[in-house]
Design a protein around this ligand. Sequence first.
Ligand code: SF4
Length: 880
Amino acid sequence: MSSTQTTCPYCGVGCGIIAQTDSTKSVTIQGDKSHPANFGKLCSKGIALSGTLGLEGRLLHPEIDNNSCDWNTALDKVATEFKQIIEQYGPQAIAFYVSGQLLTEDYYVANKLMKGFIGAGNIDTNSRLCMSSSLSGYKRAFGSDTVPGNYEDVEQSDLVVLVGSNLAWCHPILFQRLMIAKEKHPNQKIVVIDPRHTATCEIADTHLAIKAGSDIWLFNGLLDFLRHNDYLDYEYLEQATDGFAAAFQTARESSGSISGISQRTGLEEEQILEFFQLFADNKKVVTLYSQGVNQSTSGTDKVNSIINCHLATGRLGQVGMGPFSMTGQPNAMGGREVGALANQLASHMDFSAEHCDLVQEFWQASNIATSPGLKAIDLFNAVHAGEVKAIWIMATNPVVSLPNANLVKQALAECELVIVSDCVRDNDTTAHANVLFPTLAWGEKNGTVTNSERRISRQRTFLPAPAETKADWWILSQVAQRMGYEKAFAYNSSADIFREYVALSGYKNEGTRDFDLSGLLPFSDEEYQALKPVQWPICDSSEHCTGLRGTERMFADKRFFTSSGKAQFISITPRPPASLPDIKFPFVLNTGRIRDQWHTMTRTGIARLLRHTGESYVEIHPNDAQTANINHGSLVTVSSRLGKWMGRAKLTTNQQMGNLFIPMHFNSQTSNCARVDVLVAPHTDPISGQPEFKHTPVKISAYRPIWQGFILSKQPLTLPTKDIDYSVKILSDNCWRYELAGETKPDNWNLWLHHNFGANLEWLEYQDRANGCYNYANLIQDRLNICMFIGKDENLPNRHGLIQLFTRDKLTPAERLALLTGHNDEHRNNTICACFNVGHNELVAAIKEYDLKTVAQIGEKIQAGSNCGSCIPELKALLK
Ligand code: SF4
């Protein structure tokens, strides 16, 4: 058994993992008890990582135009065509779109190639979509992109304000740390500010169900309240800040009276005053925010309206306090540090003449970029307009994840040269690639990542590289060398790259830049391999840094990286979202993550993680649903000015009237109509360039096909397109499940089945033409091979019971009957606990039968909630 310490590849919590590999190459995943982010805990996604390590669906060989080729051919093609394009159109005609999935070393090489040698700023990362507003807000306030605090502050505060953050689902282990802290410290207060009632609200003392997009009115109002009720820290204001008077004046004028704030935010006056008083009464306040703040055309302003309140009261730089942004991806922070956003140069330096000279000198760059490149939305617009002739996409799936996703798809379809580096063969973006580069996947990679609290951790290799897969940095270096930059890209290992990166961070720094790792130098390959998790800055030459063991907390010294050395208040005038609902599109659509999925599902689409949610849905308030004649579980269409989406309706009072929520993950590989970003307009924050994913005007209506049904099949099927207008493919524990609906139907279902899926020897069939009902099952040697149930609406048999029949060696007569009638005893429906596969109905029955009162009792009785803990908020909600 060999054991490797590594880091989870999913969210920005950055949990440490121990991967144990036995002699049969089977891998066991456990939380790393010594890692300071998670102390041994893992959420449902982290714990399921061992199920994602297989080679099914992997891209294993380089390809040109869908044909396998050798590495030399693929690399030469890209290098040659890049050189031709640069010669003909200039360096701005090339772009890289990279990802928070890349390791810091990969990011560093990509950024160096684009900004130092190709000579354009056109490299942007998908982190633009999740946290660029936080970056802009920090830079405006502190003069640097510095997260001041750490996870311990969240635990040690007296008040945690969670703004636009469903921490329970999006950052589950930090949520669990907070949950435990609150249990130990019952006086700790938690306020959730979110238009939706999410799983996070289960531990909140107060949920402020604010109107979507109105956060700034609330925080400007708070600043006004703090000033008028004399809660300011005057000494801090004097010593550490500039610009309070102007910021206060703007806040006062824009927020107005409490009744005005109430009107703007939709909150009761009493609720608002209670929150303001709570903030004022607690010195130790952490305001933790995430995509609900960032993904807005006012995202940067929202961040600064929060920071203003912390600066005004000196709630910064000490234990248990500070504004705290949670990043979405495992290495979004690494991308920020490297400088792989189009408006950064490198290593927390920008495009000033001084920094351009410094970086050019350090890299010995032949063609340093001197101005920012195109941010994500502009970059794909430029591809669409034909201005960018070649785009290299690494480890991300923009055809699913970017707003106006159909335009992105069209842009790639028409682009002269699309290169995609990925570990996955088939996704919505690889479908448009002229050149495919096969990359290493998580367990094969070697490098570093940074989590949301500035902690650098190692991702280490514990699996061999399969077939012809290569590290991203190797592929980039090879292309660079073939373009003529041999010396600058002569890396032999990720340790080589990290050494250079660390040296750049300290180069002519002398305390002028927050990001400084130079205290790590010199280090050997062995020391790099053994690097322990550490928070930057790491140096002994800067007053900002607490030394070679890293820095837990920044700004305790009240000194910032602005020209005056003081933190800056920003005057914020609130403004509404870019587009508002109207008669034609009366609903506000919010998009976001669900508990067990990650990004566009390319790595989390495994049976275990699809148990909780396998089919996309839209959350709608029951009153809105009633008005639109929509039932729970029925099919609906949601449309915006840009596109149309289809899925199931989920009626819930967690949603405010007039608001809808759709998960962001679903893609065209698994559904013909569930890419939600075809609806979202590409409106962006003017400073950060971050798109407004949380506020799209849409309409919703019931979708009434003439038939609905599902197929369960032992083998994956290729579905015909004729007669099928809605289709979803879900990998289940023992079979594939297909949810289907159509506006036309075949004359004969039996013929349709045999025509599309082959003739089979033994089948059972039941038909009720009057009720539009057709049930079919095919058996091979007494084992269930495929079954199909068709009806006229969504009232179809329980899938869970039928799925269980695929495990049987021989079906009993009763089970055969169940295949004909669809009736089965299975009472499980929505899976709540994915670890032990325990469903909602099973839980409700157990709670009633055994009179269970606590999550621990549920765990003892039926195991649910006793492993990763990700379902605990849902268990608490059920107990309530
Ligand atoms: Fe991974 Fe879950 Fe930890 Fe996030 S919280 S890093 S997804 S184990």
